[in-house]
Design a protein around this ligand. Structure first.
Ligand code: BTN
Length: 268
């Protein structure tokens, strides 16, 4: 029998000043992002965390569903109230992505990577994802809700999904404390967020490139109605993907869905 999250244990592992100072644990909800938005609207503080074991309407990007298996996953949202413009909001996603990678590497050198813009990958399969949502007042962001879903202890996702999804246990054969994973990630997140607010995303350029599983590869991007093929060159300081297309031009991609070309996957 798998156990419910122990919030005191998460708190014991935190070295943060404000992230996780308050943690709301809700056994079952529609979506932790929904709960976080409701709480933020009524004045809940910067850095507050909402965690749930089971989401009945968990969401991903592009209106996709996000399944959260009770006691085997992490579904968590963070309320942040940074003084940044609405246009800068998407740059928060890579800050959390980087924090997830660093937190998992610190735990046991787990070889996770980032598939731009919001996917966390392990062993060529999706381990988790990030959904950033914003509420605006005038042109400044009122608050941001940044949600993260991670697969931790699932043994299987069913035949079809097993080809594209993974969990930490499935990929490494090991079981880790979900509490420790959460504390590690939140510790990294506060530190990275403070750095980001002082210096911008450019101070993470090297790391974002190092931990990317698409940079240096031939990829296909679907961005809106457009499909573009090219070589993934870099991620710029606003978090955009720079793609060298087949005619040699550099194209800036602001949002999209990336797939790595088959020949790259066959290289291993
Ligand atoms: C994606 O892969 O497109 C993003 C998935 C994000 C899932 C998390 S789980 C916690 C939070 N609540 C949600 O409804 N979604 C995010």
């Amino acid at each position: 029998m798998r156990e419910a999250l122990n919030i005191d244990e998460i708190k014991e592992g935190l070295k943060t000043k404000y992230v996780g100072e308050k943690i709301h644990y809700i056994e079952e909800t529609t979506s932790t992002n929904d709960e976080a938005k409701k709480m933020a609207e009524t004045g809940e503080a910067d850095g507050t965390i909402i965690i749930s074991e089971y989401q009945t309407s968990g969401r991903g990007r592009m209106l996709r569903n996000w399944e959260t298996r009770a006691y085997e996953s992490i579904a968590l949202s963070i309320i942040v109230r940074p003084d940044i413009s609405v246009s800068e909001v998407p740059t928060i996603t890579p800050v959390l992505a980087l924090s997830i990678v660093e937190g998992l590497k610190e735990l046991d050198n787990i070889d996770v990577s980032i598939k731009w813009p919001n996917d966390i990958f392990l062993g060529g399969r999706k381990l988790g994802g990030i959904l950033t949502e914003v509420s605006t007042s005038a042109d400044r962001s009122g608050f941001i809700v940044i949600g993260m879903g991670l697969n931790i202890e699932q043994d299987s996702f069913g035949d079809e999904l097993d080809l594209i999804a993974t969990s930490i246990k499935k990929a490494t054969g090991k079981t880790f404390s979900r509490e420790m994973i959460i504390s590690n990630i939140l510790n990294r997140f506060e530190c990275n967020l403070d750095k980001f607010l002082k210096h911008g995303l450019s101070c993470f350029s090297g790391k974002l490139k190092e931990y990317s599983c698409i940079i240096g590869k031939d990829i296909i991007v679907i961005s809106g109605l457009e499909m573009v093929e090219g070589f993934a060159l870099d991620i710029d300081e606003s978090g955009n993907l720079l793609l060298r297309t087949e005619d040699g031009r550099i194209k800036k991609i602001i949002y999209g869905e990336v797939s790595i070309k088959l020949k790259e996957l066959l290289k291993g």
